[in-house]
Design a protein around this ligand. Sequence first.
Ligand SMILES: Nc1ncnc2c1ncn2[C@@H]1O[C@H](COP(=O)(O)OP(=O)(O)OP(=O)(O)O)[C@@H](O)[C@H]1O
Ligand SMILES: [Mg+2]
Length: 500
Amino acid sequence: MKFISEFDINIRAKAALILVSTPEESRLMNEIEAYAANTERDLIGWDICAGFVSLRGKTAPAGGRDPLSALDQIEKAPDDRAALYVLHDFDAFWENPTVKRKLRVLSRTLRQTRKSIVLTGVTDELPVELAADAVRICYELPDAFEINAEIDRLKLQPGSALRLSETGRERIVRAALGLTAAQARHVFAKAIAASGALSDSDIASVSEEKKKILREVEALEYSDANETIRDVGGLDVLKEWLNSREKAFGADASAYGLPTPKGIALLGIPGTGKSLTAKMIGHHWQLPLIRLDVGALFGSLVGESESRVRRALKIAERIAPCVLWIDELEKALAHGGSDSGTSARVFGSILTWMQEKKSDVFVVATANDIAALPPELLRRGRFDEIFFLDLPTRSERREIFAVHLEKRRRLPESFDLDRLAGASAGFVGSELEQAVIDAMYAGFNDGQREFTTDDILAALRRQVPLSVSRREAIQRLRNWLKEGRAQSASVPAPDEDEAA
Ligand SMILES: Nc1ncnc2c1ncn2[C@@H]1O[C@H](COP(=O)(O)OP(=O)(O)OP(=O)(O)O)[C@@H](O)[C@H]1O
Ligand SMILES: [Mg+2]
């Protein structure tokens, strides 16, 4: 539902306390001012610096720079006309028990009046004491239509111009989705300042600016990955699944009645290509790939991280269709115990969102510490599929060697791939890659001669694979797979020679 219709319904239902969380105070105030004008309500703003300010209709109560006396003033103000009192950044006072109590009382007494209080703030935290009495309305980021309107509203100085083709305009709007209106305006203004015009050639710089903003402000990282499906060796079951879902985001799929895919979890042994696969999916499906930095989500303020994760998920929904990569999911839980349940709640927000989401955000969650993951995460229905990435089979190792030789501009045919695959049981993809690199150094340092199969074999012998050095941990992971809790990402090789 559009914000203003939800707001209207609540006001008409005599909600006395409405919380709107948004970093976009001015855009929100424009909407509320228009609403007050359309419904002939008085509108009074308040913040800690200016006290009360009349925005429409009646004169503002005097003074009241202190939050508690401001609430007193609202209580005492005459009830001759319908009025909205918008109190800014009131979440700054959540530590104050008197303020909370007063709000709670007002939430009941004001219901008999024509006065309503709107609280705005950046976080969407609401003290438990108020949870039952206040209504929380979500203020969404601007959609494509609204970003378009921002372009129309740009104030062009003499000598600067808009030079966007029709498709250029569509693409620049898309590039700005996920930003607030003010951020989008600023990004457009920067492009105009740089070249005197906003034109099709600014699409790239707008999307660069967005990446920068999301990284700095929101713990979201745009990934410019260009890994293709050919850069991933083996994992045929997983690849086939991805191919079968490739068209799932299109209009055809939804017309057919297919549900939008929710996402997949990639679990398993370190170095087997979980992160690599996540990066490849975005590129393979030609969707933007955004990485949610779980570690960076944990801010210093209590409760802040929950707001942040909700905001990050909202941004992903605006950018949709996209792939949201939640890397090292178990890190969300590593904080457990020490922070009074914050990480559990952050984790909970992600799970609830995944359960309920209707948007075209495909989640790829990766983790290698399965023991740390709560069982509810892996419940059916949360993900479309849970894949386990095991030690690569012999034929997979052969493919992985070929991938990494080709990546270094060598012909795989000039190497004895069968011997390499045979000699590397128990090695994971990252270790095979390392062996190729070590062999290259050996050749390079030996008078820059071309490196050979034997160099790679020697490098393999020098390395102790994780499956040996951390045998118990790896074995635990593999047993977990055998218990059937996940689908193997690879085609099984029954006559395998795995020693691990
Ligand atoms: N199946 C594979 N095919 C090709 N390369 C691979 C494969 N698996 C791993 N690699 C190589 O190893 C590197 C590291 O792999 P990646 O980061 O994807 O491992 P991971 O499973 O995410 O490990 P971790 O659990 O430690 O995060 C990749 O960048 C890639 O070069
Ligand atoms: Mg990884």
